[in-house]
Design a protein around this ligand. Structure first.
Ligand code: B12
Ligand code: SF4
Ligand code: SF4
Length: 266
């Protein structure tokens, strides 16, 4: 499979293969499900790092992933190019890509492809870039010889549990309704206790607390993906355009509401 590796590594530093069969009973319910090619055999999982170094985040008022260009667009661009090249090399086969809006549970896929470990915070962690990576995948009916890797877990230091502002990671089952990242993305009124957390953390979109606490992220390397470096904009104000940002899909109202929350006095 020299060709396929050579093609992908031109655009992506970390990628791995896993058999599609292991996801069959784990597929997430989303519209993407219908785009899975018939007779799919292989899932190619790819990582897109976005960390820019601690100094970059001094005045940040959104979570780190939302301070760069929307990863659906950036990862989507690279995944599209890779699919086109693979199609030229394997014209008989189908290649379909997903970035986040994917029926594949991506954390699970990245671990099963041998790209790193699963953290207690539920996130995927890579040895070079920590958890500051987006995950995307290409699904194909091309058979690539590969084995599913054993699931490996983080060192379980539990620092993320203590850092989590809502305590949701201490619960037996992860309830996304209690995760600040989810709450900041929801429409409607934000309960007062969560508003206080957003103000204290100065974060108008998402939440990074369980990642900032993680020892695997201390020496994470910075991304070299040009689009992320060039688009970096750490402070969102009422005048910032939502176009091309991670919060665009939610429309203007939600991010503006959140900025107003931050502007209220503590
Ligand atoms: C819905 C969603 C959310 C929801 C709910 C998250 C949740 N944990 O349930 C909300 C809005 C809260 C959210 C928040 C965030 N998200 Co999110 N989210 C997703 C999305 C779209 C689906 C996740 C999902 O529902 N998975 C289904 C559940 C059941 O999967 P799971 O918990 O991983 O468990 C599966 C496997 O891991 C496996 N498994 C788990 N444990 C074990 C144990 C054993 C022994 C075995 C065998 C198997 C196994 O089985 C499970 C079933 O398949 C994914 C993209 C995707 N398609 O995967 C992004 C994704 C997980 N999110 C991402 C990000 C960046 C975030 C945030 C960090 C954003 C932010 N800064 O605010 C936060 C982090 C919150 C957190 N600590 O999880 C990234 C994670 C990248 C990474 N390094 O891991 C993803 C992969 C998107 C992407 N393409 O990059 N997210
Ligand atoms: S994103 Fe924030 S609220 Fe959600 S689990 Fe992590 S630390 Fe807790
Ligand atoms: S902070 Fe500790 S327990 Fe949490 S994900 Fe990182 S290594 Fe695992």
């Amino acid at each position: 499979m020299k060709n396929i590796n050579n093609t992908i590594e031109k655009y992506c530093e970390f990628f791995g293969f896993s058999p599609f069969a292991i996801y069959k009973d784990k597929l997430l319910d989303c519209r993407g499900k219908s785009r899975i090619p018939e007779n799919t055999k292989t899932v190619i999982t790819l990582l897109f790092p976005y960390y820019l170094g601690e100094e970059a985040y001094e005045n940040l008022n959104v979570s780190r992933y939302a301070a760069v260009s929307d990863y659906h667009t950036v990862a989507g661009k690279y995944l599209g190019i890779i699919c086109e090249e693979l199609k030229k090399e394997y014209p008989e086969n189908e290649f379909v890509y997903f970035a986040d809006n994917s029926p594949i549970p991506e954390v699970f896929a990245a671990v099963k492809s041998g790209l790193g470990v699963k953290g207690r915070n539920g996130l995927f962690i890579n040895e070079k870039y920590g958890s500051w990576v987006f995950i995307g995948e290409i699904i194909t009916d091309l058979f690539v010889p590969c084995e599913e890797k054993e699931i490996t877990f983080c060192v379980d230091c539990r620092k993320c549990l203590d850092a989590c502002p809502t305590g949701v990671l201490k619960d037996e089952v992860f309830d996304k309704e209690k995760c600040l990242s989810h709450i900041s993305q929801k429409k409607g009124e934000i309960p007062e206790e969560y508003k206080e957390m957003m103000k204290r953390l100065n974060c108008a979109w998402g939440c990074d607390e369980c990642q900032k606490a993680c020892p695997y992220n201390i020496n994470a390397e910075k991304t070299t993906i040009r689009e992320f470096i060039e688009s970096f904009n750490p402070v969102v104000t009422g005048d910032t355009s939502i176009e091309g940002r991670a919060f665009e899909w939610r429309g203007d109202k939600v991010i503006r509401r959140n900025i107003e929350v931050l502007e209220e006095k503590l």
